[in-house]
Ligand binder design. Structure first.
Ligand code: DSN
Length: 405
């Protein structure tokens, strides 16, 4: 037992369990996995090495692991309706790096959404290897709408002729127009890659349009709205399957994390149940209700609201930076992250915004009914961010709500 073998770590894990239970966890990329996913993650599969793919491994003893990985692959293919799935990438960044290795040479041009506009580091941002080793061109959102202008994306694509175009990102509150991106990619003969890390659960549950049929390569993490373990997948059509498999192994990784693969399989099974469709739609309803309640309280939301699980708040008009706001909210029992907003005039480590999401609180059982309450707490915590006692009072109210669920 962990408690006896390492009481220090056991106590810390218990403390984290209590911390998670007592907070409204609203980091848009997090969720609460099921006991079944946790069990698979903590299984003896962690003992195994299995470089290669099912039926073609470089180590013996794969009688069980092959079945586990094949189940995960089959479930991913069935859930998303794709021809091929690679379930081995260790997380989102390695999954995206596999795309570069599979389809680009160093110095080639790649196009993605700029990180401060809502994109991801691995879509070619300057500090990432993808921005250093490739010729990255970055599209933005429009200043007046906070939304991507596909005419601007098309113009940039025609001028720069990237080999790969990424759509998707980490702070995009609006529906991604996959058919329009596909049209641009097709016009210049580029490969469209949809990074659906944030919205995979919404896509699986029918609460966001699917990129399948538009993007031949789709990357995703498995732990955000999809509610699985920390991991990733790459979904492709038949044409791009081999190149992706080779890039993941042996191109970038050694042995896959078989315990994670099993937990991904469990999460995919859960996501294929009818209740998951209800869950995905409830995430969006909660986010939209919360966005409406924040707007009523005078908050400035990037793009004016949300179509998915994610809300990006520009706090400039509230005369507070994202970082002190996030700190105050954490003390008040509402956990989220500070985040750059498009055209931010402040520094990335001290930006103007906060980002929040509703996947986790929806898993806890919260409904649109409670969203105005959360908006009220956010409003109070930001107004009283210097008053620790006031923040503790909010945290107590948050605790009462969660204890009553
Ligand atoms: N860490 C992820 C997120 O929070 O969106 C991006 O890598």
């Amino acid at each position: 037992m962990l408690r006896e073998a390492d009481p220090e770590i056991a106590a810390l894990i218990q403390a984290e369990e209590r911390r998670q239970a007592s907070k409204l966890r609203m980091i848009a990329s997090e969720n609460d996995v099921s006991q079944a996913v946790l069990e698979a993650t903590g299984s003896v599969l962690t003992n195994k090495y299995s470089e290669g793919y099912p039926g073609k491994r470089y180590y013996e003893g794969q009688q069980v692991v092959d079945q586990v990985e094949q189940l995960a692959i089959d479930r991913a293919k069935a859930l998303f309706g794709v021809e091929h799935a690679n379930v081995q990438p260790l997380s989102g960044a390695p999954a995206n790096l596999a795309v570069y290795l599979a389809f680009l040479q160093p110095g080639d041009t790649v196009m993605g959404m700029a990180l401060p506009m809502g994109g991801h580091l691995t879509h070619g941002w300057s500090v990432s290897a993808t921005g250093k080793w490739f010729n990255a061109v970055q599209y933005e959102v429009r200043k007046d709408t906070g939304v991507v202008d596909l005419d601007e994306v098309r113009a940039l694509a025609l001028a720069e002729r990237p080999k790969v175009i990424f759509c998707g990102g980490t702070a995009i509150p609006r529906t991604i127009d996959f058919p329009a991106f596909a049209e641009i990619a097709n016009e210049i003969g580029a490969l469209l890659v949809a990074d659906i890390a944030h919205i995979a659960g919404l896509v699986a549950g029918g609460a966001h349009p699917s990129p399948v049929g538009h993007a031949p390569v789709i990357t995703t993490t498995t732990h955000k709205t999809l509610r699985g373990p920390r991991g990733a997948m790459i979904l492709t059509d038949a044409e791009h399957a081999k190149a992706i498999d080779r890039a993941v192994f042996p191109g970038l990784q050694g042995g896959p994390h078989d315990h994670t693969t099993a937990a991904i399989a469990v999460a995919l099974h859960e996501a294929s149940q009818p209740e998951f469709r209800e869950y995905a739609h409830m995430i969006v309803r909660n986010a939209q209700t919360l966005a409406g309640a924040l707007l009523e309280r005078g908050f400035d939301l990037v793009s004016g609201g949300t179509d998915n699980h994610l809300i990006l708040v520009d706090l400039t008009s509230k005369l507070i930076g994202g970082k002190p706001a996030a700190r105050a909210l954490d003390r008040a029992g509402i956990e989220l992250n500070y985040n750059a907003v498009p055209f931010d005039t402040r520094k990335p480590f001290d930006p103007s915004g906060i980002r929040l999401g509703t996947a986790g609180v929806t898993t806890r059982g919260l409904t649109p009914e409670q969203m105005p309450l959360i908006a009220g707490w956010i409003d109070r915590a930001i107004a009283e961010h210097d008053d620790e006692q006031a923040l503790d009072r909010i945290a107590a109210e948050v605790g009462e709500l969660l204890a009553a669920l």
